[in-house]
Design a protein around this ligand. Sequence first.
Ligand SMILES: NC(=O)c1ccc[n+]([C@@H]2O[C@H](COP(=O)([O-])OP(=O)(O)OC[C@H]3O[C@@H](n4cnc5c(N)ncnc54)[C@H](O)[C@@H]3O)[C@@H](O)[C@H]2O)c1
Length: 325
Amino acid sequence: MKPAILISRTIPDGALALARQRATVDLHPGPEPLPKAELMARLKDKAGLVCLLTDRVDAEVLAAAPRLRVAANVAVGYDNIDVAAATARGIVVTNTPEVLTETTADFAWTLLTAVARRLVEADRYLRAGKFTQWELMLFLGGDIHGKTLGIIGFGRIGRTVARRARGFSMRVLYHDAVRADPATERELGAAFVDKMTLLRESDFVSLHAPLLPTTRHLIDRAELQAMKRTAYLVNTARGPLVNEAALVEALREGWIAGAALDVYEDEPRVHPGLLELNNVVLAPHIASASAETRLKMATMAVENCLAVLEGDPPKTPVNPEVLRR
Ligand SMILES: NC(=O)c1ccc[n+]([C@@H]2O[C@H](COP(=O)([O-])OP(=O)(O)OC[C@H]3O[C@@H](n4cnc5c(N)ncnc54)[C@H](O)[C@@H]3O)[C@@H](O)[C@H]2O)c1
């Protein structure tokens, strides 16, 4: 008999077809995430879950799923899942690293260039019918080439962002909880510095650390005040890495020149102060959203889920200790 799985939101057709070949699928097709009570009710008889970062899979949800053996997140970050609670229950948690690295790095650059060259503001200006003549002083932004890029979180995505900086002849600084090996530093031309040095010296600061208790408000008032008044902050990692209220103050008061954000402290809510400002570019959490990559992510999550249910090791477990039991 095929195992029963819940897929908590619509996923690309190819990935859904794969799931249906080898499992009995209960799909929540709605545009909204399942309310917690319904998620719990629908998980009661399921052996597998394919979920998204908008599903909060906490200890209470896991306790309501006595048959659950795997929670396969369609994301590389898994801060939406209580991994410790899952591990205690012998539930494997998986994520989707690597397949979204290049696409997410592309988007960090999309945001960086958009905010530095004021593209969104300029687009709004043109659409409002205000482009009546070429002007020497119109929408003066900041240069990118030859500047210093500071990367906080020098893992897969951070390093891929660094690699692209070579095309812009930039100096690259990085900070991470763990220093990279000398060969990687040489290859990427990146220098390890402490966080405050990075903030003081960078013209662009791009965040690529996971959300952990230690990275919450990694960028707070003191950090924003340490940055150059001409610098830009880019966040494609997780919203709570930045104290959003402090960021609003920094952008309003000119502590920094601008920010470009894909993620927010309390998604999908965006701090109202950000919405009023012109020196911030706001994207609705789409850094990995290319058609190819979203299909790869969903397929990888389905494959991880099916592997566990069929007794094979999943490709990318985040709590592999469960598999060794
Ligand atoms: N906006 C999006 O759609 C999107 C897409 C993909 C990934 N992400 C986010 O990006 C994050 C990074 O993804 P990845 O694949 O590069 O992960 P990764 O694990 O390869 O890299 C994360 C790096 O952060 C470092 N780190 C951990 N704690 C730190 C700290 N306190 N200070 C500095 N560095 C620290 C780690 O040592 C590691 O090198 C994910 O956790 C996810 O939350 C967001």
